[in-house]
Design a protein. Structure first.
Length: 322
């Protein structure tokens, strides 16, 4: 038996959240006295870069390099993962929780008759069975789940596990499976991708703005602060609803959920739906002129004052520090 870790790719790069899953899967394999292998689909990343997955504790990368897998067709991904899991006799599959991971893991779980635990936040307790800790109710509580099924799928919450990379490399093995042509029976008519930006789901630093900025014409200081910090930009739901900012920047329960090391909220009151999307942030800084803004209750650091005075000073301070 073995552990299989699915690694997502994005624009020719290895997703950071997937590398967290690799480190987690390698540690789970040690706990179970077995080996962990990584699974990569498509041919958009070269063997040299795939070998660096070994930095996170695994010895072998299984690459199904069929170019038809470059477009993320969910049914085809599920079919391939199912077949590779059976080839490797994998009793535990680990992947990062993401929109793609959610869609694929559910289908693979049905095919393998496996138990599925999502939003996992720590290593399993194997002292008496296989118990995992999960984040539930949009981060407001934790649930401990005993997984009794022979096969298990764990979807790791972003930022929940921080592996320490090494200089080790992995062997890259070309792997072949038989995928039914019907699994590719999806016509992609258009693909819109955000380019030239740090994307919210993977960002370690996020600067967000709300209605307190008074209009889209004032977003320059948010973008400048984010640029100086090397951060992604986000916004509250009302801001995206009013088309001040694009919808892919909407942070919250119904938008993008983020888990950065630092989240800076500028002019955001802190509605419960927004808080649900940022509750996993390690450090939250709130800037708001209303001292009664609900967001201050969730903040690690709060600044009561006018954002139009404070943010420019922050930008100058960051520039000076650099």
């Amino acid at each position: 038996m073995s552990v299989l870790v699915f690694v997502e790719l994005a624009d020719g790069e290895l997703r950071g959240s997937s590398l967290e899953a690799v480190g987690y899967g390698a540690e789970v394999a040690k706990m179970l006295g077995t080996e962990a292998n990584a699974l990569v689909l498509g041919n958009t990343v070269g063997a040299d870069k795939l070998a660096t997955i070994g930095n996170y504790g695994i010895n072998k990368v299984l690459n199904v390099s069929d170019e038809r897998l470059n477009n993320g067709v969910i049914q085809a991904y599920a079919s391939v993962m199912h077949q590779v899991a059976e080839q490797q006799n994998a009793n535990v599959i680990v992947l990062a929780k993401s929109s793609l991971g959610d869609a694929v893991s559910a289908r693979v779980a049905a095919r393998l008759k496996a138990g599925l635990a999502s939003n996992v936040v720590s290593l399993p307790d194997t002292s008496a069975g296989f118990k995992v800790k999960r984040s539930v109710y949009t981060g407001k509580a934790f649930q401990f789940t005993n997984m009794a099924s022979d096969k298990k799928i764990l979807a790791l919450k972003k930022g929940a596990y921080a592996p320490e990379p090494t200089d080790a490399t992995a062997e890259v093995v070309d792997t072949t499976v038989n995928v039914d042509e019907a699994d590719f029976n999806v016509k992609i008519t258009k693909t819109d991708k955000v380019t030239g930006q740090i994307l919210l789901p993977e960002a370690d630093l996020v600067v967000s703005g709300g209605r307190g900025l008074k209009g889209p014409e004032n977003w320059g200081m948010i973008e400048e602060l984010a640029s100086e910090l090397g951060a992604a930009t986000g916004c509250s739901k009302p801001v995206s609803d009013m088309d001040w900012r694009p919808h892919h920047e909407h942070v919250g329960q119904t938008g993008v959920k983020v888990s950065p090391s630092l989240y800076i909220a500028v002019g955001i009151s802190g509605a419960i739906q927004h808080l649900a999307g940022v509750s996993s942030s390690k450090t939250i800084v709130v800037i708001n002129k209303d001292p009664e803004a609900p967001f201050f209750k969730a903040a690690d650091y709060g600044i009561v004052g006018d954002a139009f005075e404070i943010v420019p000073k922050l930008i100058d301070a960051v520039k000076s520090a650099k």
